[in-house]
Design a protein around this ligand. Sequence first.
Ligand SMILES: Nc1ncnc2c1ncn2[C@@H]1O[C@H](COP(=O)(O)OP(=O)(O)OP(=O)(O)O)[C@@H](O)[C@H]1O
Ligand SMILES: [Mg+2]
Length: 356
Amino acid sequence: MKFLLEQVLDSLPDALLLVYPDGSLQHLNPTAEKLAGISLAQANGRPFSELFPGAENLYLRLNTTLTTGRSFTIREDELVNRAGETLVVEIRIEPVHDLKGSIIGASLLIRDLSAFKKMEEELRHADRLAIMGTIASGLAHEIKNPLGGIKGAAQMLIREVGRDDLKEYFQIITKEADRVNQLISELLAFSIPKSIRLQSININKLLDEVLNLEKQAENNHRIRYTRHFDPSLPKVRGDENQLKQAFLNLIKNARESITQKGTIQCTTRMVTDYQLKTEKGRTARMVEIDIADTGCGMDEKALTNLFAPFYTTKKGGSGLGLAISHRIINEHQGFIQVESILKKGSTFRIFLRALK
Ligand SMILES: Nc1ncnc2c1ncn2[C@@H]1O[C@H](COP(=O)(O)OP(=O)(O)OP(=O)(O)O)[C@@H](O)[C@H]1O
Ligand SMILES: [Mg+2]
């Protein structure tokens, strides 16, 4: 019976810690060991207060439980573990009684909400994009019509007035109207959700095609493109055109970040140390695609804004490229990570689910 009970406690997805009445640690299940960054053997008998530096509030409550028997539920709190990681957690503190009703310790059940928080954040981001899309498509239609009118009228005037000294102004009107029109078309393309056509895709081949396309766009050889492809990379389920678009935006940015000479390195690999829990609790293998440039890099401000629609630091940029890539990768249930050092370069890491 005791063995069974221990097994149940040890397989809990939440961290469980038991403390003696003096506040020293009695037991940690494996989830607690991982969360606190300490092994049961190391922790045994040590004061609980050593586990999470600076969590005064928690110690205070634990002491209250140990002395008065009161229970606590802390819906959301931040804990910093011994490895210096900040965790968002939910905590329940309960007294443990013996048969006579005396307090012989306390139990702490800690649920790590960090992954949940991150997901929530991503969802909020996706939501913002969806709202943006609706507003954008509405606006785009409203703007396109009067724009057509302005352009038409300017062209008529050029013909009617027939004065060469005014021609330049009419041309400016036409040119600027065209520019707004182009921007609006991009906005529309962004806001109309395209239907995804799922196929099994060889990512190495797809990247090859995108890189070749990019190479053609850049004909003065100032950029060296290198490929480190894992030949045994499993296939990915996705929409070929959309994924091409997503990678094209990233590689185009990499190219634009290099002002003189530089390198863009494209790497593909299987991820073995990262296992994504699927909804059914099974793990999915991931494929990682890295696009690394030796370009201008980004500062903190750019790093926090870069996926937001319309964020751009480029003259003539629309700031939609990364927002589109982000959306496409999200729709494929993947995610993007970015690392960047100012004046050194940036690496965009894309993770996609591998097919079995
Ligand atoms: N590889 C990169 N290196 C440095 N900065 C980058 C890189 N990728 C993106 N950025 C920064 O993020 C901003 C947003 O990128 P995004 O692709 O969304 O828009 P854009 O490139 O400015 O315009 P568009 O893609 O519409 O032509 C860029 O303006 C740039 O400041
Ligand atoms: Mg771009």
